[in-house]
Design a protein around this ligand. Structure first.
Ligand SMILES: Nc1ncnc2c1ncn2[C@@H]1O[C@H](COP(=O)(O)OP(=O)(O)OP(=O)(O)O)[C@@H](O)[C@H]1O
Ligand SMILES: [Mg+2]
Length: 264
């Protein structure tokens, strides 16, 4: 889904702090300091429900992010590498605000657009067009900017006359297409990509890859990129972080990081 926080915010969540602003002159785009995200694992949903009323229910915990510290500079393209469950998506979701850290500090300077969970956040009762118009407003675009951008979004999505149909009539691929078309069209300061490059069928997926590489080629855009394809990481990114069980195992140039990951 795409996410944006338009106002300067410093959110204090107990022992976690989140600082967001739109200062694109800050040489730091994203900074994590000692970030931990702990999930509670209950035996079943019933136990989870009971736990919201009492603290006597037993549960295990897992650190999806564990003492994560890194800085992503303005204009940098940073890849997160790691096996399934290593904590890559969790890190990205905390940048977009989809989930919150348990402790530590996260700073995000600039407007974030995310190519992850592309179908999320649409109102299925509204048409594709109405959803796009609403998102443009939420993103803070002026009427003129929206007027220019909306036809480009619609054209990229290739939805044809379906753009005026309620989104509940769309296939999941069609929803993802519209999500991708919007999130990749709005010229963010920070782009977060989580393996979103295989949207839709083969032809559309190739078009998405081209769009992402065009955005990444723009030096003003900061990119945080999660992929299992080390070839793509080498192609798009300058620096890499290898995660394992939520922890940083290695941080360095993209070639060093890929070599480290492939050797483990
Ligand atoms: N809502 C949740 N509740 C409990 N555990 C979760 C939740 N979301 C993620 N986790 C756990 O956190 C860990 C990290 O998950 P995450 O999705 O960040 O991994 P990932 O590196 O993106 O993996 P993949 O390569 O499979 O996408 C995993 O062990 C996962 O089971
Ligand atoms: Mg993931």
């Amino acid at each position: 889904m795409s996410s944006s926080v338009r106002s300067d915010t410093a959110l204090d969540l107990g022992s976690a702090t989140i600082i967001r602003d739109e200062d694109r002159t800050n040489p730091v785009a994203v900074r994590f300091e000692h970030v931990r995200k702990t999930y509670k694992l209950f035996k079943n949903d019933r136990q989870r429900l009971i736990a919201s009323f009492t603290d006597r229910v037993k549960y295990d915990t897992i650190n999806a992010s564990d003492d994560l510290t890194f800085t992503c500079g303005r204009g940098e393209a940073l890849a997160f590498l790691g096996d399934n469950g290593a904590g890559k998506s969790t890190a990205l979701k905390m940048i977009t605000g989809v989930c919150f850290p348990t402790s530590g500090t996260i700073e995000v300077h600039g407007r974030v657009s995310a190519l992850l969970e592309l179908s999320a956040g649409f109102d299925m009762r509204l048409s594709g067009m109405e959803n796009v118009q609403m998102r443009c407003q939420l993103w803070g675009l002026s009427e003129e900017e929206s007027k220019e951008l909306i036809p480009q979004i619609v054209e990229f999505s290739e939805l044809g006359k379906y753009i005026d149909q309620p989104m509940r009539t769309y296939s999941s691929g069609m929803r993802a297409r519209l999500g991708f078309a919007f999130a990749s069209s709005i010229k963010p300061d920070i782009l977060v990509v989580d393996e979103a490059l295989s949207v839709g069928d083969r032809k559309f997926s190739a078009k998405c890859q081209q769009r992402v590489s065009d955005i990444m080629a723009n030096e003003n855009v900061t990119v945080l990129f999660v992929t299992h394809s080390t070839a793509q990481a080498r192609k798009f990114c300058t620096r890499g972080i290898v995660l394992d069980h939520g922890r940083t195992m290695f941080e360095g140039t993209i070639d060093e990081a890929v070599d480290f990951y492939e050797a483990t």
